[in-house]
Design a protein around this ligand. Structure first.
Ligand code: OGA
Ligand code: MN
Length: 210
């Protein structure tokens, strides 16, 4: 596969698998090499400038709607075979998928992901990444693409890990956060500058009737 560059038994991937098994989430501050982070950030900026990002919808299928009072990011779904940087990202995520299947027996079959840009002031209210009528999303992965992000810029990912236990991630470039989609409620706090990420979901096969 084009883009594949680390084996699925790489220590970094095994650490994520161990974290998921032990507590349902993982944070890797230095997941991406800086050059790739910069290339992906440039690609996200380019797509935004070309008008390729669109306001994200909430809900699924026919009930999808734009509700900026719930989420205010602009997104574009990723397709393989467009640019090398994105294919390298998809290759890494595929290695992670194999590592999770080997270590956690999750039976993950595919990965869907999008660029996301939150303009200043945009947020995403507390939610879980699983739809009521579709439980295929098993594991969420958010990769941040922001240069020189400071805590005072806001934009934290706030995870609700347990009753009364909140944990904030500063969306610094190269940092990857992975969590079980159905088990970790989370929200995105508003920021004072554009906030860029690649967000994706590992999915298992659905129970289609045919
Ligand atoms: C999402 C989401 C978190 C983030 O897109 O579902 O929760 O930190 N993103 O961008
Ligand atoms: Mn989410």
């Amino acid at each position: 596969m084009r883009g594949m560059q680390i084996p699925s038994d790489h220590p970094l991937l095994l650490r994520i698998v161990d974290d998921l098994a032990a507590r349902g989430w993982s944070q890797q501050n230095i997941f991406l090499p800086e050059t790739l982070t910069l290339e992906l950030a440039a690609e996200c900026h380019r797509r935004a400038a070309e008008g390729e990002l669109a306001p994200a919808a909430v809900g699924r299928g026919a009930s999808q709607e734009i509700r900026e009072g719930i989420r205010g990011d602009h997104i574009q779904w990723l397709e393989p075979g467009q640019v090398e940087s994105c294919d390298r990202y998809l290759g890494l995520m595929d290695s992670l998928r194999l590592a999770m299947n080997r270590g956690l027996y999750l039976g993950l079959e595919d990965f869907e992901s999008h660029f996301a840009l939150y303009p200043p002031g945009a947020f995403y209210l507390k939610h879980v990444d699983r739809f009521r009528d579709d439980d295929r999303r098993m594991v969420s992965a958010v990769l941040y693409l922001n240069q020189a992000w400071l805590p005072e810029h806001g934009g934290q990912l706030r995870m609700y890990l347990d009753v009364g236990v909140e944990y904030d991630v500063v969306p610094t470039g190269g940092c990857l956060v992975v969590f079980l989609s159905g088990e970790v409620p989370h929200e995105v706090l508003p920021a004072t500058r554009d906030r860029l990420s690649l967000t994706g979901w590992f999915r298992r096969r659905g129970n289609e009737p045919f």
